[in-house]
Write a protein that binds this ligand. Structure first.
Ligand SMILES: Cc1cc2nc3c(=O)[nH]c(=O)nc-3n(C[C@H](O)[C@H](O)[C@H](O)COP(=O)(O)OP(=O)(O)OC[C@H]3O[C@@H](n4cnc5c(N)ncnc54)[C@H](O)[C@@H]3O)c2cc1C
Length: 1011
């Protein structure tokens, strides 16, 4: 039977009113201003700055193990001395009446114990015995439970196993007890006559540390293998297991795992899954699940929630320029909640329903729909969170009887993160609880049909703020403001499938010859070089013609001839070529990325990121050229017209590296070209097939002949010749410090016939460090360091090669890092399960192995992980290596390795850590993980590198947002992808005309003229 929700509205509203009446005068303890928590929440809701600081402080509190660090953080978070700490925080301490220096100590202790008390309000116990005791009490009060073990983010398999063991331990403790518990409202063994007494919830990603959307099958299997023992134990106890739903990236594997578990144990019906109504896709997903259950004839159980990751999903989508997956108007989530509830209740014969909400309108709607549809009591129940909405749970128990409390238990460290989520939920303006108990909103509004609320809110919604970023006028009209090209979203099936398809397609075309491209013509040479797959050196990608001196001469002559014409093409038209080239890349992104997977061993996401960055460079530089291209009038004196403008310097030699084979090549080449400088491009011999992509791209974009010349070649044959050539005006280079310095030296020498002072732009090496402060969030820091050090095998100029860890957190961090490194999979990058693949070639392999030997001599090996012998025999693999005991005097702390070798250094204080970080000749990237505002401030000032990342990995620079480049021996020149970059390829000119003839001067509008 089906119902129309709108016709039920009067009944829903009337039930809701009764509900309100039955709880009138009561408030959840988090809003009770008679207590510390209620006072703090009240203050937080009135004062956004305090709220941010307070929640951040709660988050860091478990790491503040000494009274000094506690005092320091209280001071840093709450602005200065005692007198500035908000009174609300001091509450409880001032009552002690202790004066003088002791006051601070007492105050600090009180703040800590108040916050811990606040966390305990939401947690049923820290030990399994406490959990059992708490459950016993709840049951006495007539509530069923669902138990959840709090956990930190699982970064290693050791942690995943410990998490599972934690569940098994608490289940054992419950097992011993549960026989003694009488069933709720029933004389049998089942609560309410139908529900298992033991009910457990699990967060699947915490059971498998390698869960990631890009490798769906591995994630499903990993999660399932790890959860199954818990499920078996639950089944032994005749219990119920619910698979919670986490962030969107885990949705698909969670659903798939649920189905597999359900099918594997078809006769055991007590397995549930959660869906979140705030996701736009959930209605379809639930429909699909119900159809599946029917087709398989397997009864299922669904808990419907609105969803706990709204802010996270929105921020991540915005940061990545992905469509926002959640509804953005709160009533839309409420409407979806009611609609999906209805769909589930309509299918009550195959699906048991758990309505999880604290919202009296949502609950009343479910009750009335169930009543109208005659859904039997045993087919649905209500669930609320422990510690939240006590009046609601009490009211519910009175009306609906079947109420289950979701009870987290576990340590305070993960408990604090959970507390922050609950605080955010309770203080959000959109929260039903806040509106009801803090804002005391009108009951009619609170119970209104969300369709009506939506209508009203949309009508009153202010216009979105205008995007104030500049919009430049191109040849085809106004351009959208610059946005970074989005990274792949591997939650989308089509994205996951596109990569292997593109790889297979490329393989079919392997073995072709890549000619040079000079002055608009293909040029074939007798000297050629094979380029191979580093994961399997017998797989030849193609044969690349090699330019010698005659070809370089030809290319420079062609470029020089093209220069005068190209220089004078309008900046807007030059910009349009870049925009057309960017379009070509967008259309061919999978093929361009797949080639990187095969030619240089990039992982899928890294390869896509490389092509995306190339697109960004062209989109950004096109706009930049338009910005710089309009001549600027200088001064406003009447009778004089002074104009400042730029012209391309001349022919540019672009010498590119293999590690960002497309992005950096395109970045340097497109900058030169858009500035009016024709290019002679020498890609790395290790990535020349990828480099050929530029030929195809510029052909597609219709670039005139001679402006771009593709001349791969052996450095020993033509490298110096190209740099020394008198007709080269600009050299843009990215690569090692040794070659960069050599280029600068040679370019400084004026050659016969040379008419320019050569401009060298050189991005060179790095010896990048990440500092781990004693209060760092290790969930983030471990993952960030691992990714920075070993993503793309550590072969990024921005890669982290030193991690500097403060003494108090050293053991904890290192243990987690080591275990995380032991947990990732190694092997060909083509397989997305693998975190780390081969280094780029045999030469790199030899070099890195040499450094690993040095590292072993200088420090103590913590991790040395190798691929199987089989893979080793085929490809250019080196061990993933972490050594500790490294000091700044060691070679491994000073020399750039360009491979997966990470040195661990210990520091006694934050100042010392910064000092160690600065102790190399390089200054490229760096990162700091810290929750101390003062330390972050100090790092911003004193950790002197080109790109510093706070609480972020040291890699992954984005055009414009993280314009990239260093100083000291890391490079000369302005940041690529930044606002000064193009200026390096151009000469500024000024033309000043005297406009006065015989005492008469035309006066223009912006002249300084008499009023
Ligand atoms: C027993 C139980 C189990 C739970 N298990 C899970 C779980 O597995 N996974 C999970 O994600 N959550 C889970 N939750 C948490 C749950 O998502 C939140 O408690 C719930 O969203 C709060 O909704 P409400 O109906 O109580 O309150 P309301 O105040 O009516 O709704 C608040 C919710 O609305 C949504 N929202 C807020 N702002 C907007 C906006 N601008 N546009 C659109 N929507 C918005 C958010 O989801 C927010 O949480 C569980 C909750 C309970 C009670």
């Amino acid at each position: 039977m089906t119902v129309d929700i709108s016709t039920l509205d009067p009944r829903i509203i009337s039930l809701g009113k009764e509900f309100f009446k039955s709880i009138s005068g009561e408030a959840p303890s988090v809003f009770n201003k008679g207590w510390w928590t209620g006072k703090v929440m009240d203050w937080a809701m009135k004062n956004e700055d305090f709220k941010v600081q307070m929640f951040r402080f709660v988050d860091v509190l478990p790491y503040l193990n000494t009274s000094d660090s506690l005092s320091r953080h209280i001071e840093e978070y709450f602005a200065g001395d005692d007198s500035n700490i908000p009174d609300v925080l001091k509450w409880g301490a001032t009552k002690t009446g202790i004066g003088g220096g002791l006051v601070a100590k007492v105050l600090n202790k009180t703040i800590r114990s108040n916050i811990e008390g606040m966390a305990r309000q939401f947690i049923i116990g820290q030990k399994s015995s406490e959990a059992v005791k708490g459950i016993r009490k709840l049951r006495k009060d007539g509530f069923a439970f669902v138990l959840d073990l709090l956990g930190e983010a699982t970064v290693s398999e050791e942690e995943a196993i410990a998490y599972r063991e934690g569940y098994l331990e608490v289940l054992d403790a419950i097992h011993k007890e549960c026989a003694k518990w009488g069933a709720l409202d029933s004389s049998g063994d089942l609560d309410w006559g139908h529900a298992p007494k033991v009910n457990v919830a699990v967060k699947p990603s915490a059971f498998y540390s390698q869960s990631k959307p890009v490798s769906l099958e591995d994630t499903v299997q990993g999660m399932m293998e790890s959860i199954e023992p818990v499920y078996k134990k639950v089944m032994d106890m005749n219990g119920f297991l619910c698979i919670d739903m986490e962030a969107l990236k885990y949705k698909e594997p969670t659903i798939e795992m649920y189905k597999r578990l359900r099918k594997k144990y078809p006769d055991y019906p007590h397995l549930g899954i959660v869906y979140q109504s705030y996701l736009k896709c959930t209605e379809g997903d639930v429909r699909e699940m119900l159809d599946w259950a029917r087709a398989e004839n397997l009864p299922i159980s669904i808990r419907l929630v609105k969803g706990a990751y709204w802010d996270f999903e929105t921020v991540i989508a915005k940061q990545n320029d992905w469509p926002v997956p959640v509804f953005t108007n709160k009533p839309e989530s409420d409407i979806a909640f009611e609609r999906i509830s209805k769909m589930i209740l309509e299918n009550q014969d195959i699906c048991h329903y758990a309505c999880a909400s604290h919202n009296i309108r949502s609950i009343s709607a479910v009750m009335e729909m169930a009543k109208e549809m005659n859904v039997p009591d045993e087919r649905y129940e209500f669930q609320v969170l422990y510690g939240m909405a006590e009046p609601v749970r009490k009211g519910l128990r009175n009306v609906a009887k079947r109420v289950r409390l979701y009870c987290p238990y576990g340590d305070l460290i993960p408990g604090m993160a959970y507390l922050v989520r609950r605080l955010l939920e309770n203080t959000a303006n959109e929260s039903f609880l806040k509106q009801t108990f803090a804002d005391e909103a009108d009951v009619d509004i609170l119970l209104e049909n969300p369709e009506k609320t939506l209508e009203r809110e949309l009508a009153n919604k202010p216009e979105p703020k205008p995007d104030k970023r500049p919009r430049y006028k191109g040849v085809n009209g106004e351009l959208e403001p610059f946005n970074n090209f989005p990274p792949s979203d591997f939650t989308i099936k089509a994205e996951r499938e596109a990569f292997p398809e593109a790889v297979a397609k490329l393989r079919n075309g392997f073995g072709k010859q890549y000619p040079l491209f000079i002055n608009g013509q293909d040029v074939v040479t007798s000297d050629t070089l094979e380029t191979y797959n580093p994961a399997d050196t017998s797989e030849i990608i193609g044969t690349v013609c090699q330019a010698g001196i005659p070809e370089i001469d030809k290319a420079i002559t062609g470029a020089k001839e093209a220069y005068l014409k190209w220089r004078d093409v309008s900046p807007r038209e030059r910009a349009q070529v870049l925009l057309d080239a960017a379009k070509y890349c967008k259309e061919n992104i999978y093929e361009l990325s797949a080639l990187q997977v095969l030619e240089v061993g990039k992982q899928w996401d890294q390869a896509q990121g490389d092509v995306a960055e190339a697109i960004d460079f062209m989109e950004y530089y096109a706009r930049e050229m338009i910005r710089l291209g309009d001549p600027k009038r200088m001064g406003n004196a009447p009778g004089e017209f002074s104009q400042y403008f730029y012209q391309g310097k001349g022919v540019a030699a672009v010498i590119a590296p293999w590690n960002f084979p497309f992005a950096i090549s395109v970045g340097m080449v497109s900058a030169a070209i858009v500035c009016g400088c024709p290019v002679v491009y020498k890609p790395s011999g290790l990535s020349s097939a990828i480099g050929y992509g530029l030929v195809e791209m510029f052909k597609a974009a219709g670039l005139p002949e001679g402006v771009f010349n593709y001349t791969p070649g052996r450095g020993s044959v033509m490298g110096d010749y190209l740099v020394d050539h008198p007709d080269i005006a600009v050299i843009a280079f990215t690569g090692s410090m040794e070659v960069g310095l050599r280029i600068q030296e040679r370019a400084a020498k004026v050659q016969p016939g040379q008419e320019h002072c050569k401009r060298v732009i050189a991005e060179m090496g790095g010896k990048n460090a990440i500092i781990i402060d004693d209060d760092a969030d290790l969930d983030e820091a471990v993952v960030g360091v691992l990714y920075s050090a070993f993503g793309f095998q550590g072969q990024k100029c921005s890669a982290c090669s030193r991690v500097i860890v403060l003494d108090p957190i050293y053991d904890r961090f290192i243990h987690r890092l080591k275990e995380a490194a032991q947990s990732v999979k190694l092997g060909p990058s083509e397989n997305p399960e693998n975190y780390m693949g081969p280094v780029v070639d045999k030469g790199a392999q030899k070099n890195v192995l040499n450094y690993i030997e040095i590292a072993e001599q200088e420090g103590q090996v913590l991790v040395k992980r190798e691929v199987s012998e089989d893979l080793k025999a085929k490809g250019c693999y080196v061990p993933m290596t972490i050594v500790e005991g490294i000091t700044k005097e060691h070679r491994i702390a000073q020399e750039e390795v360009f491979g997966p070798v990470l040195s661990v250094m210990r520091a006694g204080s934050f100042d010392e850590a910064v000092d160690i970080a600065n102790s190399t000749k390089f200054a490229l990237t760096g990162a700091v993980y810290s929750r101390s505002p003062k330390h972050l401030e100090k790092a911003a000032k004193d950790f002197r590198v080109g790109n510093l990342y706070l609480n972020k990995a040291s890699v992954g620079a984005l055009v414009e947002r993280h314009s990239f480049g260093g100083f000291k021996m890391s490079g000369v020149g302005s940041k690529s992808g930044g606002p000064d970059y193009l200026l390096q390829f151009m000469d500024p000119r000024l033309v000043c005309e005297n406009t006065m003839r015989r005492g008469f001067a035309p006066i223009s509008e912006d002249d300084d003229w008499i009023a």
